[in-house]
Design a protein around this ligand. Structure first.
Ligand SMILES: [Zn+2]
Length: 266
């Protein structure tokens, strides 16, 4: 049993102790040689739904987490009275506020149009630029494979952002001769050691978010334009989903987890 999995049974610890234990084991369970994580997602709110509890845990342990959000989510929102040109800035502000709650200071927006994302050479280059600037040991991104058990995880923009992120991790960011304009900007090649995929049909790595679920819910509530908690039952839904993921992983159903597929890229 891996340290990551064994820690999930720590039900008798206090929440704080559990958090410390979780963080220590989490950090100790990886081979990464720096404390920097870059999260790459298609839309504002994706990271908060898929990995908000995990990001909060990493931040609390001293890991420096940065976000790269590919689109402004300008095809989102529900209110026809709000001009579409205003949606992008609103969603950037919501994502920035949500990031702050989870201890994330740096949020980079690439400004691609929502709903029309493809894993283009330009997107690969732009993500590679951010990887070379941030120099993360670990990248957290969306799975480029369609999840047939949970189709909402597989919005076409998510698949495209995930594919472009993986192409940027390998080979673009580490190949000094790829996208020569980046070298011309003074950005050296950088090798990411591992990638964690959100929304995977086959997760193999589970993070206990019992101690950080409330922070996750608070971050999600910042996405007001998306009506994330309009019925007041957001926390209930997030708890049920985290428990379901724990059960699917063969954990006690009192445990709350977020699941990822881990890919070695060193
Ligand atoms: Zn999305």
């Amino acid at each position: 049993m891996s340290p990551v999995r064994s820690r999930i049974g720590s039900r008798h610890a206090t929440q704080l102790l559990l958090l410390h234990l979780q963080l220590r084991l989490e950090v100790g369970s990886t081979s990464v040689d720096n404390n920097t994580v870059l999260v790459i997602t298609a839309h504002p709110d994706d990271v908060d739904f898929g990995a908000g509890g995990t990001v909060a845990a990493w931040s609390a342990s001293g890991v420096e987490v940065s976000y790269c959000v590919v689109t402004d989510g300008d095809a989102g929102g529900f209110d026809p009275e709000v001009p579409r040109t205003k949606i992008g800035p609103i969603r950037r502000a919501e994502q920035t506020a949500a990031a702050k709650i989870l201890g994330v200071k740096k949020v980079i927006f690439l400004g691609y149009p929502d709903g029309r994302l493809t894993p283009s050479i330009e997107l690969r280059r732009d993500i590679s630029r951010v990887i070379r600037q941030v120099k993360p040991a670990r990248v957290l991104c969306q799975s480029p494979e369609r999840n047939y058990r949970r189709i909402y995880a597989s919005h076409p923009d998510h698949l495209a952002a995930g594919e472009a992120a993986l192409c940027a991790v390998y080979p673009d960011a580490r190949n000094q001769f790829a996208h020569p304009e980046l070298a011309a900007e003074g950005l050296d090649a950088h090798t990411v050691e591992e990638v964690w995929l959100m929304g995977s049909e086959n997760p193999d790595t589970f993070v206990d978010i019992s101690a950080t679920l409330e922070a996750k819910v608070a971050a999600l509530r910042e996405h007001v334009s998306q009506r994330t908690d309009e019925d007041g039952r957001l926390e209930e839904r997030i708890r049920a989903w985290a428990a379901e993921q724990a059960r699917a992983a063969g954990r006690d159903d009192a445990t709350l987890v977020e699941g990822f597929r881990r890919v070695g890229t060193a």
